[in-house]
Design a protein around this ligand. Structure first.
Ligand code: FDA
Length: 398
C-alpha cells in the first residue's frame, strides 16, 4: 500500500463502446483520464459487429426498445444523448452510412471507422491495452487499483467492461464482481439475442429444413417480432428468433406465425374459386419455401385439394401456419449471444450520471448495467448514451 501510485482523475475499465465514449467526454473536464483494457485492441466488439459494418445506432431508439427490471431507467441518458447526436458525430467524422432496414444504421465501409472515430475523440486520454486490474479498494474519496504494471489512484472509477457474451473475446463478468464488492445488487444475468437449440428429436425432425429462411412473427411472453426466421442445422436463428430469445425463459414455448402480415384465409378463399383443382400443398409452396411447405403439409396431414376444403378446413390449415408452437431446448448461451441480459441493478444507480448512489465516484455504463437493447443498433446506442452521461457528469466536476 505504501508504494507510489500514479494519480488520475478518472480511470475507466474497458475500452469498448461505452468506455471510449465516456473517456471522450470525461476529458472535457480538467483531469487526466486513463482507459484500461485487458484486450490487445480497443473496441473489439465494435470491429466484429454488424457483419463488419457496425450497426451503430437505430433511428427509432427509445426506452421501449430495452429490457430492464426498471424500464424507465434508460430514458434519461437516451433522451439527453440521442441517436441523432451520434449520427451527427459520425457525420462530423465524414463516415458514410446507410439505413439497412427498420431504422438500423450501418457504415457503408467498415466498423473500424467507428473505432477510429472513438480513438480520435478520446485522443487526450491514456490508453493501456493488455492490462488487467487485479484489485480495487476505496482510497480516501477515490479508489486505488492494483494494475499490472503498477498501482493507480482515481477520483472517479468507471466500470465499462461489458457483459459475459463471447468469452472467447475476453468477456469476463468482472464488472459484476466490482458491483458486488461495493455492495450494489446484480440482477440475474442470462444470454440474450441468441439462437435457440432444439431437443434431439425435434432437431432430427426439422433437419430437412436446415437453411430455410422465412418471414415470420415470433412471439413469447407478450413480445412479438416480425422479421426473418432461419432454421439451421443447430436449431433456430435469424433476427426474429434472436429478438424473441431475450424475452424467452427456460421451458417456455415460442409461437411462430408464418406470413403473419398477410390475409392468408382471404388468399386461400380467393384461390379456391379459381384454382380449386390444385393441391393445397402446391399452393403453399408458392407462398413459403418449398421444403417448409412440404414439411408442414407432412406434419399436419394436409393432402386436400383446394376445391374440397370447407371454410372450416381452410381455417384449420391457416391456423397451422399462423400458430406454430415450438419449445426450444435452450439457447446457444454466451458462446454466441450478442448481449447479456440483466446486470448491475439500476436501483443502485443514478439515471442521469450512472453513478452508484451509495458509492460516490463509482460509475457503471454500457452492457454491464441491467439495460439490454433489441437487435438493431440499440445496444450501441445505450453504450453511447450511458457513456456520455457518465463522461459529462465527470467533466462537470472540473
Ligand atoms: P464491450 O463489450 O464493447 O467492451 C467491454 C470492454 O471491456 C472490452 O474491450 C473488454 O476487453 C474489456 N474488459 C472486459 N473485462 C475486463 C477486465 N476484467 N479487465 C479489463 N478489461 C476488461 N450492438 C449493436 O448495437 N449493433 C450491432 O451491430 C451489434 N453487433 C454485435 C455483434 C456481435 C457478434 C456481438 C457479440 C455483439 C454485438 N452488439 C451489437 C452488441 C454490442 O457489441 C454490445 O452491446 C456493446 O459492445 C457493449 O458495449 P460495452 O462498452 O458496454 O462493452
Amino acid at each position: 500500500m505504501g508504494t507510489r501510485a500514479e494519480r488520475y482523475d478518472t480511470v475507466i475499465i474497458g475500452a469498448g463502446a461505452a468506455g471510449m465514449m465516456c473517456a471522450a467526454h470525461a476529458l472535457r473536464g480538467s483531469g487526466r483520464v486513463l482507459v484500461i483494457d485487458h484486450a490487445r485492441a480497443p473496441g473489439e466488439k465494435i470491429r466484429i459487429s454488424g457483419g463488419g459494418r457496425c450497426n451503430f445506432t437505430n433511428l427509432h431508439a427509445g426506452a421501449e426498445n430495452f429490457l430492464s427490471a426498471n424500464p424507465h431507467f434508460a430514458k434519461s441518458a437516451l433522451s439527453r444523448y440521442t441517436q441523432h447526436d451520434f449520427v451527427a458525430l459520425v457525420d462530423r467524422h465524414g463516415i458514410a452510412w446507410h439505413e439497412k432496414t427498420l431504422g438500423q444504421l450501418f457504415c457503408d465501409g467498415s466498423s473500424k471507422e467507428i473505432i477510429a472515430l472513438l480513438l480520435d475523440e478520446m485522443a487526450g486520454a491514456e490508453l493501456r491495452l493488455g492490462t488487467s486490474v487485479d484489485t480495487i479498494a476505496r482510497h480516501g474519496d477515490g479508489f486505488r487499483l492494483g494494475v499490472s504494471g503498477g498501482d493507480v489512484l482515481a477520483r472517479h472509477l468507471v466500470v465499462a467492461c461489458g457483459g459475459k457474451s463471447i468469452p472467447k473475446m475476453g468477456a469476463t463478468g468482472f464488472g459484476y464482481a466490482i458491483a458486488r464488492q461495493f455492495g450494489l445488487d446484480v440482477t440475474e444475468t442470462r444470454a440474450g439475442l441468441v439462437p435457440f437449440t432444439l431437443d434431439p428429436a425435434m432437431k432430427a425432425q426439422m433437419a430437412p429444413l436446415a437453411g430455410v429462411a422465412v418471414p415470420a412473427r415470433a412471439a413469447c411472453n407478450g413480445a412479438a417480432f416480425d422479421e426473418a426466421v432461419l432454421i439451421t442445422h443447430r436449431g433456430l436463428s435469424g433476427p426474429a428468433i434472436l429478438q424473441i430469445s431475450s424475452y424467452w425463459r427456460e421451458g417456455e414455448e415460442v409461437v411462430l406465425s408464418l406470413l403473419a402480415q398477410e390475409d392468408l384465409l382471404g388468399a386461400f378463399k380467393q384461390r379456391r374459386r379459381t384454382e380449386g383443382r390444385r393441391q393445397v400443398q402446391t399452393v403453399l409452396a408458392e407462398l413459403l419455401p418449398r421444403r417448409l411447405a412440404e414439411y408442414l403439409a407432412g406434419t399436419h396431414g394436409i393432402t386436400d385439394r383446394l376445391g374440397d376444403c370447407s371454410d372450416k378446413r381452410l381455417g384449420e390449415i391457416v391456423a397451422h401456419l399462423t400458430r406454430w408452437p415450438l419449445r426450444p431446448a435452450g439457447t446457444e448461451g454466451y458462446r454466441t449471444a450478442e448481449v447479456t441480459l440483466g446486470g448491475v441493478a439500476t436501483t443502485g444507480l443514478d439515471a442521469r450520471s450512472m453513478e452508484a448512489r451509495r458509492v460516490p465516484g463509482l460509475f457503471f455504463i454500457g452492457e454491464v448495467v441491467d439495460v439490454t437493447g433489441w437487435l438493431g443498433g440499440y445496444n450501441f446506442q445505450w453504450a453511447w448514451s450511458s457513456g456520455w452521461a457518465a463522461g459529462t457528469a465527470i467533466a462537470a466536476r472540473g
